[in-house]
Design a protein. Structure first.
Lengths: 303, 326
């Protein structure tokens, strides 16, 4: 991995605000993401994390501040091509049968000239992307016949086919069963090992705890934490106002190397929730959402 | 030489059917993908206003209908993109606005009801050499655009937000598809009539959908079905003395029923095969492992290969990025 502290930031936001029409959802965010980093953008529902992601992608309007990708103002045609976007849901396969390869190949379109057929480099990039998510054997299958986890990996491959510098994922584990979530996390960990910079938006850390090395927490449209992924982040973000951001970060950093007194309780509770619902524990109203230690994660799959 | 080919008007009719049979499904496949199967009908209604305007002003109805429909198509797409109306509301405006405009304008154009019928229900045997030249140009434009930019149109049709985020010119491609739809409607109105236009764009795709597994083969199969049913429908209408439009559409419906029934039977047979092999496998296995499979959520069946992560070292291999050459 490159040295994050010395290299120029791949993504830089300075006082960035985003919204829809008159409504400002995210306000005054300063952050930098460096090459090779694996960053989780956390927050409860309505915290503005998806709006922030959409703002970076140019899908939500920027109402203030600046956004740069690779040192250049974004969104621009160039910045869009450097950013691979993995949306939350599989919207492909609307009405027409579409193979996995066809879906992944659409990721190359922005790099190809119109009217020109796909070249050798395009085919090779599609094949590499399929292999990277372990879907090469399914290339000829109809994408609508795949499981939810497999479809999510197809979407990751579509983003990778453009060979982006930054991979942005929106809730990659949402609606995926525990086993597939573990496999997806393993796929992302393998990508991270190949120096793909990852920014993942999620409301449940789950198996991603092993993948990310830094957490950003949004609350009420403001960035309230930027530091290590530690227990208590999501629970704290619900009640935090921006003035408390420093205290939260300090507390979180203090816990990073120490034992979490609530950890065993959380794991126990999470198991109960998963046993009933078969999915993430952060959503549960009685659960205090924290990131558990990697060594205690039952669904962990590393390459 | 078959009798049907001994008459110039029938040869022209068959060529027109061939052109429409190729072009209509080539556009329709994107409409089905966007779940906008009825937009062609809306455009057909607008084309009615164009035809009526042509009859009223004494200008060529096809040319006036083309201009009116293309303008409406672009307007609707921009309204959908920048306005606050939903897609179905815009469609309703097209339907009612087109019919109302056509009715009012036709009432003002005396003695043209019979002519109007040829556009409403199709009159392919009245295709003139001049019509054929216009149809040829329109079909060529549609086929060039859909085949040359098909991947982009498909990408926008299936996932507009991703297409926008990745830098594709989404609005431009949507406007292009709207214009191509309008052109196809005008091209088809003499063959199947304005009231059945959508059928020729959608039904061949619906037939192909039943048997194909990829976008590419579905498109190709839909075009083959479109050409075959159009040509056979025109020949049948000659010998059976039936309206060409209705005959073609009835052939398409029959094909769709056969394809859908065949596909359902095939799926049922496959399902039975899977269950049989699963039972056979279950009989040979010990009772114990079932418990652990159920407990683990069945990763092997729901996500085969999911836990194996490729370590492909060449994912971002230096020098392989086309961006460098772009």
């Amino acid at each position: 991995m490159s040295e994050p502290s010395t290299s120029a930031p791949l993504l830089r936001l300075r006082g960035a605000s985003f919204g829809y029409g008159e409504r400002v959802v995210v306000t005054g965010v300063d952050l930098e993401v460096h090459r090779g980093e694996r960053v989780a953008l956390l927050g409860s529902n309505g915290s503005g994390k998806t709006t922030l992601l959409r703002g970076v992608l140019g899908l939500a309007a920027r109402t203030g501040g600046t956004v740069e990708v690779g040192g250049e103002p974004a969104p621009s045609r160039r910045s869009r091509r450097r950013t691979g976007y993995v949306p939350q849901g599989m919207s492909v396969g609307g009405g027409i049968p579409t193979t996995v390869r066809e879906v992944v190949a659409t990721g190359r379109l922005p790099l190809r000239r119109p009217w020109r057929p796909a070249g050798r480099a395009d085919h090779a990039a599609v094949h590499r992307a399929l292999e990277a998510v372990d879907m090469a054997d399914h290339a000829r299958e109809d994408v609508t016949e795949l499981s939810g986890g497999q479809q999510r990996r197809v979407l990751i491959a579509r983003a990778l086919a453009a060979e982006p510098d930054l991979l942005v994922l929106d809730e990659p584990l949402a609606g995926v069963d525990a086993a597939s979530a573990g496999a997806l996390a393993g796929t992302l960990a393998a990508l991270a090992d190949h120096e793909v910079t990852i920014l993942v938006v999620t409301h449940e850390v789950g198996p991603l705890a092993d993948v990310v090395d830094r957490a950003l927490v949004l609350s009420h449209g403001r960035l309230v934490h930027d530091g290590p992924l530690v227990p208590g982040l999501l629970g704290a973000s619900d009640d935090l106002d921006p003035a408390a951001a420093t205290a939260t970060t300090r507390r979180a950093e203090g816990q990073a190397d120490g034992a979490d007194p609530l950890r065993h309780q959380h794991v126990h509770h999470r198991d109960e929730v998963e046993g009933r619902a078969g999915r993430g524990w952060v959503d549960h109203p009685d659960t205090r959402p924290v990131a558990v230690g990697a060594d205690e994660h039952p669904e962990r799959h590393r390459a | 030489m078959p009798e049907v080919l001994q008459y110039g008007f029938m040869v022209r009719a068959l060529v027109a059917a061939l052109l429409v049979g190729l072009a209509a499904p080539a556009v329709g496949v994107f409409l089905v993908q966007r779940r906008l199967s009825l937009i062609g009908d809306g455009m057909g209604h607008v084309a009615l206003t164009g035809v009526a305007l042509g009859l009223l002003t004494g200008r060529a109805p096809v040319a006036v209908a083309l201009v009116v429909t293309v303008v409406a198509a672009v307007g609707v797409e921009l309204l959908r993109r920048y306005g606050r109306a939903g897609g179905d509301v815009v469609l309703a405006v097209l339907f009612y606005g087109g019919i109302a405009g056509g009715v009012v304008l036709v009432a003002r154009a005396d003695g043209s009801a019979a002519t109007l019928n040829t556009y409403l229900f199709g009159a392919i045997t009245t295709t003139s050499a001049q019509d054929l030249r216009v149809f040829g140009v329109l079909a060529a434009v549609v086929l060039l655009a859909t085949l040359g930019l098909g991947r982009r149109l498909a990408a926008v049709s299936s996932d507009e937000e991703h297409a926008r985020a990745s830098g594709l010119p989404v609005t431009g491609l949507n406007v292009l598809l709207a214009v191509l739809t309008a052109v196809t409607v005008v091209l088809s109105m003499r063959v199947v009539g304005l009231l059945l236009i959508s059928a020729l764009m959608i039904l061949p795709v619906a037939v192909a959908q039943q048997t194909c597994r990829s976008f590419r083969t579905t498109t190709a199969a839909a075009m083959v079905v479109g050409v075959a049913t159009s040509v056979v429908g025109v020949v049948t209408s000659y010998y059976g003395d039936t309206p060409s439009g209705g005959t073609i559409v009835l052939y398409l419906i029959a094909l769709f029923v056969v394809a859908a029934a065949g596909s359902a039977l095939l799926r049922a047979a496959r399902h039975r095969g899977h269950r049989r092999s699963a039972r056979a496998a279950g009989a040979g296995a010990a009772a114990g492992p079932d418990v652990s499979v159920a407990r683990s959520g069945g990763p092997a069946s729901s996500d085969p290969g999911g836990t194996a992560v490729s370590s492909s070292p060449s994912l971002l291999a230096p020098g392989s990025s086309p961006r460098e050459g772009a």
